[in-house]
Each structure stands twice: as C-alpha cells, then as structure tokens.
Write a protein that binds this ligand. Structure first.
Ligand SMILES: [Zn+2]
Length: 149
C-alpha cells in the first residue's frame, strides 16, 4: 500500500497527539497538543528513528516513517513521547534523570510498551539519502563560491 508523505505525517501527528493526551490525562503531564512535530531527522541523523528535545519537540525520520510506518507509529512515537513525559515530570521539577533510565522504562510500561533504546530497522535508504544530500550540498557550495568570484 502506498502512502503519501502528507498522509503519513498526518497519521504521525494524530498518533503523537493521542499519546500526549494519555500523558496529560492519566499521568498529570502538561504536554503541548498538538505535539510539535517535524520530519527532518533523515537530513541530520539518518540512522535515528526519532528524537525528543527538552523544548518539547519531536523530530521524526521521514524515510524510516515511509519504510516502516507501523513501527514508527506504534513504537518510535511512543518512545519519544515517553521522553517528553520524562522531561515534563522530572526535569522541569529540577531533577535531571537519565534517558532510557528506570523512570522512562516505567513510563513505557505504563503506556503498554516494551522499553527498548534501539530499533532494528533497515536504515540503508535513509543513509543513501543522507550521503546524496551531503554530496549535493558540497556541489552547491562549489557553485555558489564560483558565483561569488
Ligand atoms: Zn530514546
């Protein structure tokens, strides 16, 4: 089945919002809804499926989302929302805790997930994209340098 990028991003946004709603209602969090979500990770960190920042933003690897939609929606998004919960519940109260530590693992279990730090997805297409992007950027630089002179 083919998914347009727009549809995939909408599905990811809805899924993230649902997890954030659960966190806010059941765990007493104050996560922003809609969850600030971007899809640029493939351009900077092609092997990583998702990241969560302490500014309460998620970034998702669009290529891995295209290739492994079910996994990213079911596992990665919940994993990253788990970090937002971790930041929200512990960090903002002045206790900086370890990523993927006991607290985060407990959050994953509460959300009905098995806590795991690493994914086992095939990242070859994302790495290929990243290499091509780097190559294109280098060429762009040479061209713009030429324009200046
Ligand atoms: Zn993590």
């Amino acid at each position: 089945m083919e998914h347009s990028a727009e549809k995939l991003q909408l599905a990811a946004q809805r899924t993230a919002n649902v997890y954030a709603e659960i966190a806010n209602r059941l765990l007493g969090c104050t996560l922003p809804i809609p969850v600030p979500l971007s899809f640029n990770l493939q351009d900077t960190d092609p092997k990583t499926a998702g990241t969560a920042s302490r500014t309460m933003k998620l970034d998702i690897n669009m290529i891995l989302l295209e290739d492994n939609t079910e996994y990213i929606l079911n596992d990665t998004l919940c994993h990253e929302i788990g970090h937002l919960i971790q930041f929200n519940k512990f960090d903002q109260k002045g206790t900086k805790i370890q990523d993927h530590g006991a607290e985060w693992q407990e959050i994953m279990r509460v959300l009905g997930k098995t806590p795991h730090k690493f994914h086992t997805l095939d990242t070859s297409r994302a790495i290929k994209h990243f290499k091509e992007l780097k190559k294109a950027k280098k060429i762009k630089k040479v061209i713009s340098k030429g324009d200046e002179e």
